[in-house]
Design a binder for this molecule. Structure first.
Ligand code: COA
Length: 172
């Protein structure tokens, strides 16, 4: 398989809106705790992406897409919208890989590119949180340090509570 990571401009994101929506809907329908509750469909997901695309246009968000053999199956965001006293910080948001694309190294490749994009913008401290055991293993393997667990932080899409772990990494 061939993996490719690309940073998407707002126009490019608009062109990939349907595929991005399918990735998000697949993750939510697979049970991931990523903001949304069931029922959740591709149209719901596409509407949410419109807000992200607006943030990309305003340079508040850096949006990456991951392609497996040319098909967009993964995405992650670097949140850049920080207060004046945190100009060196970035938030890692919405790491999502479609079930069709998992366990091929796409999430790892997305994170490595995201770190490069962060460094290129002078962002030397990344913060993220996750409720996913798979993502937790990914972040630990990339050197993210655990701050701690917040019990019952959010809900799974079926309504059960889930814990979240806050992680951080200082980029060299
Ligand atoms: C978490 C997620 C992004 C991983 O994507 P992926 O492309 O399959 O991950 P990769 O193939 O790059 O795997 C990287 C590492 O993550 C960990 N990992 C990924 N899937 C795993 C699994 N099912 N079980 C255990 N570890 C896993 C491993 O450490 C893996 O490294 P390895 O393959 O060398 O063992 C994907 O499962 C996903 O989108 N889940 C649903 C959405 C979600 O919960 N996102 C997290 C929001 S913070």
């Amino acid at each position: 398989v061939t993996l490719r990571i690309a940073r998407l401009s707002a126009d490019e994101a608009r062109a990939h809106r349907e595929a991005l929506a399918e990735v998000l809907a697949d993750c939510v329908n697979g049970g991931a705790s990523v903001s949304f509750m069931w029922p959740f469909n591709v149209a719901d997901a596409a509407r949410w992406w419109d807000g992200v695309i607006a943030d990309v246009a305003r340079e508040r968000t850096v949006l990456l897409a991951g392609f497996v053999d040319g098909r967009l199956l993964g995405t992650v965001q670097l949140g850049m919208d920080m207060p004046p006293n945190q100009p060196h910080r970035g938030d890692v948001k919405k790491m999502l890989v479609h079930r069709d694309g998992r366990r091929r190294g796409l999430a790892r490749a997305l994170m490595l590119t995201l770190e490069d994009e962060a460094k290129a913008r002078g962002r030397t401290l990344l913060v993220l949180d996750t409720a996913s055991a798979e993502a937790e293993a990914l972040y630990r393997s990339l050197g993210y340090r655990e701050t701690g667990v917040i019990p019952n932080y959010a809900l799974y899409p079926d309504g059960r509570f889930c814990d979240t772990i806050v992680f951080w990494k200082a980029l060299a």
